[in-house]
Design a protein around this ligand. Structure first.
Ligand SMILES: [Zn+2]
Ligand SMILES: [Zn+2]
Length: 453
């Protein structure tokens, strides 16, 4: 227990709070430090539908004797709680023989307030069991759950194929298989209860009684709240998390990496409490007995915020890449099974101008580019789409024509030469239409002039 031994008494209590929270105890909180009546952590458990109170005494000492157990026993007995109660003594060291005997006797005599003893060895076992590692004197998050990097019913290629369905002139079935990389990014979801009451001489002016939740991006760049779309993705899919099974994901992805959580669980907890405290701080306006209006800033106390659960999970960031002709198509997104949030869509984007609005994009088979309507033309000889980036052009009857290559241009030149003049004129439809309209107007003008109409 060398690492635990290096903790201060205060840090040991914090670690124990985290351990119990991870074990599934509810409403885990520190007792009021000012009035030390021999209890450090208060928490609850639900047994057969009945809520029990558990009072935990933390002893950061080599040896714990009978008086400590006895003192906690009477503290539990007098603890004001409407329901069954029991006690736990947790120590980094060991219990003396008389201490163990005292606890055993309580149980043997059917005492309503049993005391459970957890020594250093027990704590190490518990820490291992709940996936917590004792690291540099604090608890590091060890997370083995992730949101699904892809939907197994559709496969990992599906998001890229779906994006290509929006591209005209290309059949998704004809696409080559994309490459895929995945980075598992660390997140934590923190749930906390906030209970705050603000009173002045004029009485109660403000109160808070609610549960709040934070989704925190938890990589090495420090804790932060991600944008709302990412929060929603994590929040709504958390219950569908799966084991992070690297060897099975390695079969699907060309490359895979798992980012480390940047901070300890305790640090995320403290960060969240601070953030929630600021979030729930408001300025309240009230009228005093003297009919004077006051404004008061109501900031919850640290002890008003009780963290209920800290749930670590990985959110997969998938990057796919597909090559067509001379071009590469990247597509990057956060994945959660069938749901995803695009970060970069390099598919629905014009390769000539970079336009990414909702235009119908068209694939140019000649060079492999995807293009917006402005940069998509019709190949004059074969009548298929061709992009302005690769087309060979020439002007026929004052109108620019686009060709896959010089050979097609040459062939069309021959055809054009052989055309009668009225067919040649059709190469410039706007001009022809304009001429026709002008002719109608001219006839009308003539008729008007001579008085026929
Ligand atoms: Zn364009
Ligand atoms: Zn092209």
């Amino acid at each position: 227990m060398t690492v635990l031994d290096e903790l201060s008494g205060y840090e040991f209590e914090e670690v124990m709070e985290d351990v119990f929270r991870n074990l599934g105890y509810e409403n885990v909180r520190q007792s009021d430090r000012g009035a030390d009546v021999g209890r450090d952590i208060l928490m609850e458990e639900t047994v057969d539908g009945i809520r029990n109170a558990v009072v935990v005494e933390c002893k950061h000492t080599d040896s714990v004797g009978r008086p400590v157990v006895q003192k906690l026993h009477s503290a539990v007995a007098t603890y004001d709680y409407d329901g069954p109660k029991r006690g736990v003594v947790a120590t980094t060291g060991h219990f003396t023989g008389p201490a163990k005997e005292y606890a055993r006797n309580l149980q043997a005599n059917g005492d309503p307030h049993e005391i459970e003893l957890l020594d250093g060895d027990d704590l190490r076992t518990l820490a291992d069991e709940i996936g917590l590692d004792l690291y540099n004197g604090r608890i590091e998050i060890l997370c083995d759950e992730t949101l699904r990097p892809y939907d197994p019913t559709r496969g990992v290629d599906a998001p890229v194929e779906v994006a290509f369905q929006d591209i005209e002139n290309i059949h998704p079935d004809s696409l080559p298989g994309p490459e895929h990389w995945v980075v598992f990014e660390p997140f934590v979801r923190i749930r906390a209860d906030i209970e705050s009451v603000f009173e002045t001489g004029a009485g109660l002016i403000h109160s808070i009684d609610q549960t709040d939740e934070l989704v925190v991006q938890a990589d090495g760049d420090g804790p932060r709240i991600p944008r709302s779309g990412i929060q929603r993705l994590v929040r709504t899919n958390l219950d569908a998390a799966v084991d992070l099974d690297e060897s099975s994901f390695e079969e699907t992805f060309d490359d895979l990496s798992v980012e480390r959580f940047g901070q300890t669980e305790t640090e995320y907890k403290e960060w969240s409490v601070d953030r929630l405290r600021r979030k729930h701080t408001t300025t309240v306006q009230y009228t005093g007995d003297n009919n004077v209006t006051y404004r008061k800033e109501c900031e919850p106390n640290l002890s008003d915020i009780s963290v209920q659960s800290i749930r670590p999970v990985y959110l997969p960031r998938v990057r796919s890449r597909l090559e067509l002709g001379e071009y590469a198509y990247p597509y990057e997104y956060y994945a959660a099974g069938p749901s995803r949030l695009a970060l970069e869509d390099g598919i629905r984007r014009c390769k000539q101008c970079g336009e990414t609005d909702d235009s119908p994009y068209t694939y140019c088979e000649n060079c492999g580019s995807v293009n917006c309507p402005d940069h998509t033309k019709t190949e004059r000889l074969v009548g298929e789409p061709v992009c302005t980036g690769c087309a060979v052009t020439e002007t026929f009857f004052y109108s620019t024509k686009y060709f896959y290559d010089e050979a097609n241009l040459d062939q069309f030149r021959g055809e054009y030469e052989a055309m009668p003049i009225h067919r040649k004129a059709l190469e410039n439809k706007p001009l022809v239409a304009g001429t026709a309209a002008a002719a109608v107007l001219f006839v009308l003008f003539v008729l008007l002039t001579v008085g026929v109409v």
